[in-house]
Design a protein around this ligand. Structure first.
Ligand SMILES: [Zn+2]
Length: 368
């Protein structure tokens, strides 16, 4: 089956042209499985997710589809086109400075009050009513008489598409990074399905990201119902997949990740055929154990620790070269970690201010 293609207008340029997103949709005639929403490239330089969507669509065309699948590559046209010299900026809205992936709407649902009015509903109807309420809140946000910022409008329109699905995947990359998955704690078993070696287990806290904007309201509902003595599993799944480094397209590697996504979709009954997850070691840590190492001084950086390679106490992380101090013993500073960890990503540039997030590392790592 071929996907249908439509476009969604998400904004307008100063010269009047529309900002549009391409939307591809696989809609099987009879639907028995959950629905899926996948987007890529919300951060302008993080292009690999488009290659993954390309490979995934080719696989899906020859699959037995049981659920509706919506794919939105190139999800941030303004960010993707925000070039400067050889580089793509596109991490922050150029007008407001806000990170494009911190723009999603915080529903702040008063779950207790909502549930008082809806407690008589059976699970299926409850899900329908809650979803309708989330979609209506997004719509009210977008039609607010005072308007909203460019970035927020784009984000809430993406969020509306996400809320209509049972499974949401937001495809990103790190700066210089190994593959890692952001996975909510309630869905930890999903970490064993994707072709991703490292997983961060995240708590029920809204920080403005797409995945959180989808699962946080449902997780709150599930917790509230549990407190009322009603078992209610969180009915949506949302993950952020960090698929390597920015400014990189690798079609062969994209096929590996597309197959990992197929294994997840197979497990969830979105596709009919059985796709086994890749056999690989998978590790993870809790978000509280994901540490940022900030540059203690400014200077030129030689990144020594390889991403995805475990590091023991005392092993070198990076060198910082300060040529202005040539002739003193401070010309070269060697940085080392003070505990066992796994470097997951590092800053993209070789020149840094003091205080730059040099590396992000996992500590208290466990195997899945
Ligand atoms: Zn990103």
């Amino acid at each position: 089956m071929k996907p249908t293609r439509t476009t969604l207008k998400i904004g307008e340029l100063a010269t009047g042209q529309d900002l549009e997103l391409p939307i591809f949709q696989f809609k099987p005639d009879s639907i028995s499985g959950p629905s899926v929403y996948i987007q890529a490239n919300v951060h302008g330089a993080e292009v690999q997710g488009n290659a993954v969507i390309y490979q995934l669509m080719r696989l899906l065309e020859n699959s037995e589809l049981l659920g509706r699948i919506t794919l939105v590559p190139l999800a941030n046209p303004l960010g993707i086109n925000q070039k400067s010299g050889e580089f793509t900026l596109g991490r922050f809205d150029p007008i407001t400075g806000v990170n494009w992936n911190r723009e999603y709407f915080d529903h702040k649902v008063d779950v207790a009050a909502w549930y008082v009015k809806h407690s008589h509903l059976a699970d299926g109807e409850l899900i329908q009513a809650y979803r309708a309420m989330l979609l209506e809140q997004c719509q009210m946000r977008l039609t607010n008489e005072w308007g909203v910022t460019t970035g927020h409008q784009q984000a809430v329109m993406l969020q509306q598409m996400g809320h209509q699905a049972d499974i949401v995947l937001d495809l990103h990359t790190g700066p210089k990074s190994c593959k890692h998955l952001y996975c909510p704690e309630y869905d930890a078993q999903a970490a064993a399905l994707f072709s991703i070696p490292y997983t961060l287990l995240i708590p029920n806290e809204f920080g403005g990201a797409m995945d959180e904007s989808i699962f946080c309201p449902w997780w709150q509902l599930s917790e509230h119902l549990k407190a009322q003595g009603r078992e209610f599993a969180v009915p949506v799944s949302a993950f952020t997949l960090e698929l390597g480094s920015q400014e990189r397209i690798d079609l062969e590697d994209a096929l590996v990740d597309a197959q990992g996504i197929m294994a997840y979709l197979s497990h969830r009954g979105v596709i009919g055929e059985r796709v086994a997850p890749a056999k690989m070691q998978r590790f993870g840590c809790y978000l509280k154990d994901y540490k940022k190492y900030h540059a203690p001084i400014g200077g030129m950086v030689e990144y020594l620790a390889q991403v995805g390679q475990p590091l023991e106490v005392g092993q070198p992380l990076a060198n910082i070269l300060r040529l202005d101090l040539y002739g003193s013993d401070q010309v070269l500073s060697s940085l080392a970690v003070t505990l066992d960890c796994v470097p997951i990503l590092h800053f993209a540039s070789a020149s840094v201010y003091q205080g730059t997030e040099l590396y992000k590392v996992m500590t208290n790592v466990f195997e899945f």
